[in-house]
Design a protein around this ligand. Sequence first.
Ligand code: FAD
Ligand code: DHB
Length: 403
Amino acid sequence: MRPIRTQVGIIGAGPAGLTLAHWLRRRGIDSVIIEHRSRAYVEARVRAGLLEQNTVDILSDLGLADRVQREGHAHHGVYLSFDGERIRLPFDDYTGGRHITIYGQQEVVKDLTDAWLAGGGTLLFEAPALRIEAIDTSNPTIYFEHAGETGVIHCDFVAACDGFHGLGRRTLPKGSYREYSNTYPFSWLGILAQVAPSSEELIYAYHERGFALHSLRSSTVSRLYIQVENDDRIENWPDDRIWEELSVRLGTPGWELQSGPIIEKSITPMRSYLIDTLQAGRLFLAGDAAHIVPPTGGKGLNLAVADVKHLVDGLTDYYHHGSTKALDRYTETALRRIWRAQDFSNFMTTLFHKQAEHGSFTYRLQRAKFDYIRQSEAYAATIAENYVGLPFGAFASTRLPTL
Ligand code: FAD
Ligand code: DHB
């Protein structure tokens, strides 16, 4: 295989890697993507579905949002339920019209892959990166495998957008970063079902039997989740049991959950994880490669895209103005939103999951939070602005100066 020469070598064709490639192309910067898995595997991987306003705006600016606009579902509010009492949190009143869009992650990946290849971009599937070398020089190198051969990419920068189990984080020098992590004592069982959504907007529910979430993918496909034990197994959950549990946990007087054939089901553990240094020399990490949030609140994909924005800003400054100032600040800039998302995801998780016995101190605090959402405009606004995603400008300054 002939060596490949490009400006930015991108590892991973998930939301982070693909968005980065498109955005760099827009800025006249050349990149090549290598992806471990096959195209069919990546495009079939069922994951997130909640796009923040920022994410949709970025896709629109890049000319990649035709299908999101057509087939995505704009939601201007969300239902929150506690012990069967359901309220609606309207976004528009608190966010000046900013809202979320429901559109499957694998559809985003399909759209971005199609557009990248149609535009003549290089993306090698079934091409796992094996080693990243010379990150302390101006010519780092990625070695990868493809069709039984070893390939090599010579580039100016390596962008590791290779997810939580990727090579990028493992390549950072030992001791160059600090790690923070928290594993929750519960997991999510998620299903995709061939049935019209029973609610036009999402429902997050606390119930004494555990958390439940009603989401959707289209007018004929619903996406639902329930809290299960960490050591639970999918074999313990025949379809009837899942529907019964969802129906009890999401239940509220005068509302009924419609059930239908389940077309996918899986269990995902929940963890918070991040490292506090996203760069070593010419190697930069973006997305799940550097952080994981528990899924409650749907921040994972959006955070990956937000990292990419900061990385693009840095690379643009370098290629257009010869300055590394913005690149040098990449970690610091990205971490502001990463910590915000960590806090919000943890907040949503601990508010809506069953953590302790009904009636316990922990339960009472959860209940007090829910009641406060109903009382306080300020608290409702805090949740709404985090949920739809804070604008990029919100992190540029602080409202209250240090005295
Ligand atoms: P990824 O999407 O993980 O992409 C990384 C890519 O890199 C992958 O395609 C991988 O194959 C590739 N790769 C890895 N190693 C190599 C290598 N050595 N060489 C080449 N390629 C490599 N978020 C939510 O908000 N809501 C949810 O409901 C939700 N559910 C999830 C369910 C699961 C099972 C998982 C794993 C994640 C879920 N997330 C969810 C999180 C969300 O999907 C991620 O935050 C998002 O995918 C991050 O995008 P990314 O591009 O950083 O990483
Ligand atoms: C979805 C997933 C989430 O984690 C969430 O908070 C909202 C929606 C979804 O898959 O649709």
